[in-house]
Write a protein that binds this ligand. Structure first.
Ligand code: HSE
Length: 439
């Protein structure tokens, strides 16, 4: 490569891909002023060559020849924006084999196949950058790799899925059921037709997998992250949480314990209504990172969307382009730790997690029921901090009974719930939501 521009090949011209073209074109001047040279979009490949995306591709070779793009000597950096696992994995590995640097937004791919991809990139001496895969436009990964690199990270707590945060915010504001709000989110384009990845917490767990690796130097551990989604929440939970001074958010949580074990989990969480994260509403994302030197930090912004995500993709392109010009590819390890320093880290089983819990029982309103519930908890050393029982409606046989526990081991609470959910007067499985006081 000479003194001219750096060549970009884009695979996948969907929503984010189109955003990347827009940012490269609209912001060409500022990008060039910051780099000292141009980023030049050389080729784009996609199976759909018909749809008008509202971008001018006259100066770009646009076809379906992805293999040709991956082998094109004019392409220095490949942007993989196909999504999914199989084709994206093949494209990424082929690009690396061809000596191209890769930028991707694909958290699912990296959470599951990251070890293979990062190892291949390390052997080939190329960069893999993925800022857009976590927190959309928020520069959280760059901050972890560089701005916070002098710290031992002790914990992180993040709202890292915009779809679920939108649904939870709406449920709280309107008192509507999950299914009603989800349908509206789908109609408005906030949620996909198949919302499974988002509402069941899988997307957040993919992102947390990457953050855990970057925070603690842990080998990627997607399968070890206990994950729960938001389907079990009902309007009554938001009312009860508010009465106790909490909001409900789907959090990705990761902590490093003094014995070296790591705790990582994704689940709906009650957090104090006074905490900064509790004010992150709608489709926004925020990630709070605690470092042992810097203390608490908070990163907030749009976690999805065409232009915010493209902002992160193009920033990665600029970083790699700078390194190409200086001959310093691989300057910072992609997962923030040198590959040889990434270790399999022992994880703390969920049963050992110590914290307060929110429990919503569904029980027949009859004398003695509450004492059975309290007894089962008390026998296992789980103390009760507060109770709310809703009054009986005209027709209702069963009523919600909400209990906040004192700090207890999760295994003890789960064990008590097994016994409680078998009681004849308990008519539906109990909802168990963890409380996180330090967000
Ligand atoms: N579906 C994700 C979200 C955006 O709702 O936050 C892409 O990761």
């Amino acid at each position: 490569m000479g003194e001219g521009s750096v060549g970009i090949g884009l695979v996948g011209l969907g929503n984010i891909g189109t955003g990347v073209v827009k940012v490269l074109q609209r912001n060409a001047e500022v990008i060039s002023e910051r780099l000292g040279f141009d980023l030049r979009l050389v080729r784009v490949s996609d199976l759909d060559l018909e749809t008008d995306r509202g971008v001018d591709l006259a100066a770009v070779r646009f076809d379906s020849d992805t293999d040709g793009l991956l082998a094109d000597p004019q392409v220095d950096i490949v942007v993989e924006l196909i999504g999914g696992y199989d084709v994206a994995r093949r494209v990424t590995l082929q690009a690396i084999e061809n000596g191209k640097h890769v930028v991707t937004a694909n958290k699912a791919l990296l959470a599951l196949h990251g070890a293979e991809i990062f190892d291949a990139a390390d052997r080939a001496g190329v960069d893999v950058a993925f800022e857009a895969s976590v927190g959309g436009g928020i520069p959280i990964l760059r901050s972890m790799r560089e701005g916070l690199s002098a710290n031992e990270i002790t914990s992180l707590h993040g709202i890292m899925n915009g779809t679920t945060n939108y649904v939870l915010t709406e449920m709280e504001a309107t008192g509507e059921d999950f299914e009603v709000v989800l349908k509206r989110a789908q109609d408005l384009g906030y949620a996909e037709a198949d919302p499974t990845f988002d509402v069941d917490g899988i997307d957040a767990a993919h992102k947390l997998t990457l953050l855990v690796a970057m925070a603690f130097g842990a080998r990627l551990t997607f399968k070890d992250i206990p994950t729960e989604g938001i389907r079990g929440l009902a309007p009554v939970d938001f009312e009860a949480a508010e009465r106790f001074g909490f909001k409900i958010k789907l959090l990705g949580i990761a902590k490093q314990h003094e014995d070296g074990r790591i705790e990582a989990r994704v689940h709906p969480t009650l957090i104090p209504a006074t905490s900064l994260l509790s004010h992150v509403d709608g489709a926004m994302n925020a990630i709070a990172v605690h470092g042992n030197a810097v203390g608490p930090t908070l990163f907030y912004g749009a976690g999805a969307g065409e232009l915010p995500t493209a902002s992160a993709v193009v920033a990665d392109l600029m970083e790699i382009a700078r390194e190409l010009r200086r001959g310093t590819a691989g300057r910072v390890a992609p997962l923030s730790y040198m590959p040889h320093a990434l270790r399999v880290r022992a994880t703390m089983p969920a049963g050992e997690i110590l914290g307060r819990a929110y429990l919503r029982f569904t029980a027949v309103d009859r004398p003695g029921v509450l004492s059975h519930i309290a007894g089962a908890l008390g026998e296992r050393g789980v103390g009760i901090e507060a109770v709310i029982q809703q009054s009986r409606g005209e027709q209702a046989e069963s009523v919600p009974v909400v209990i906040l526990t004192h700090p207890a081991r999760e295994a003890a609470v789960r064990d008590a719930l097994q016994e409680i959910d078998r009681l004849p007067d308990v008519t539906a499985p109990t909802l168990f939501v963890r409380i996180e006081d330090e967000t």
